[in-house]
Design a protein around this ligand. Structure first.
Ligand code: BV8
Ligand code: ZN
Length: 252
């Protein structure tokens, strides 16, 4: 961030926009969980807990090596079970308390930390680490965060289970995605928090929030750095979201 950047001024502008808002929608990515100790995806030269995302987060990878993919996801389940929501997650709970039904979070995260913090209206557009789905009978179950071993089977039909997570080149869950797009199109303020905004269609929610109506939403980006979303942002809160979000809420 250039030395002319004034976070205090941007926080004041963001608070003014929120004070005039009745509907607030949020898009979060891995950065909102970073201060809880959950690794982000694209920080360290594209490796993600030692794997390239494309090597494990695809149907082809699961087809080719289901044990590797399950080892990867069990590792993340065990890690997420040990971490807690951070002040950034808790600030979003306070926003939901302020805006009630006018508030929604579309998250790309699969760690469930928004819900553990107390957020209610959360759309998990990329699925959840907690859930499994049977490749045979499609039964979806919430299995918490226990280690499920490297080849769990469906207790309903004996078929193989997969994580109930949206992999690359897989469609997003229809109902969840429809509610996320409505929330983006109807909001007065759209907060984009902790995402590199390179994965679609989730990143497309930003554009939807600006173009669906006239005037479009005021877009506020919360990130350590500028991203692919920055040119669409009207306001930029650059710093750790566990610091900037509580400061923003304190101004309301
Ligand atoms: C689909 C589940 C079609 C796995 C994930 C070419 C161009 C455009 C698009 C495409 C293309 N080729 C293919 C596509 C489509 C593709 C896509 O977008 N690819 C991209 C990579 C080019 N999308 C898809 O495949 C989607 N499906 O298109 O299907 C279709 C339709 C009908 C029928 C059949 C098919 C599916 C996409 C979902 C893939 N699954 N995850 C898992 O999680 O285990 S994506 C993965 O990336 C995660 O979900 C993650 O959430 C998401 C985005 O990453 P981020 O969350 O943004 O994390 P990242 O590390 O990148 O950034 C972190 C940010 O936080 C950084 O900016 C950092 O600065 C910031 N930060 C760090 N610390 C902090 C912080 N900010 C604040 N405070 C801090 N403390
Ligand atoms: Zn089954």
């Amino acid at each position: 961030m250039s030395d002319a950047y004034d976070l205090d001024a941007e926080l004041t502008r963001a608070a003014a926009a929120l004070k005039h808002a009745t509907k607030v929608t949020v898009l979060t990515g891995a950065g909102v969980s970073a201060e809880s100790g959950v690794p982000t995806f694209r920080a360290s030269d594209g490796l993600w807990e030692g794997h390239r995302v494309e090597d494990v987060a695809t149907p082809m990878a699961f087809e080719a090596n289901p044990e590797l993919v399950w080892r990867f996801y069990n590792g993340r389940r065990v890690n997420v079970a040990k971490v807690s929501p951070n002040p950034g997650h808790l600030a979003l709970v306070e926003l939901e308390n302020r805006y009630g039904d006018g508030f929604a979070i579309a998250t790309q995260n699969v760690d469930g930390l928004h819900q553990r913090a107390g957020s209610k209206n959360v759309f998990e557009v990329h699925g959840s680490l907690r859930r499994t789905r049977c490749v045979n009978c499609e039964k979806v179950e919430d299995r918490g965060l226990d280690d499920l071993g490297n080849r769990p089977l469906c207790d309903h039909c004996g078929g193989f289970l997969r994580p109930d997570i949206v992999w690359f080149n897989e469609p997003l869950p229809t109902g969840v995605w429809r509610r996320a797009t409505c929330a983006a199109e109807e909001c007065d303020v759209f907060l984009v928090i902790g995402t590199s905004a390179v994965v679609y269609p989730a990143a497309g929610l930003i554009h939807m929030s600006k173009r669906a109506r006239s005037p479009g939403a005021t877009v506020i980006e919360c990130n350590l750095d500028r991203t692919a979303a920055s040119e669409q942002a009207d306001i930029g809160l650059y710093g750790p979201s566990g610091v900037t979000l509580p400061r923003l809420v304190a101004l309301l």
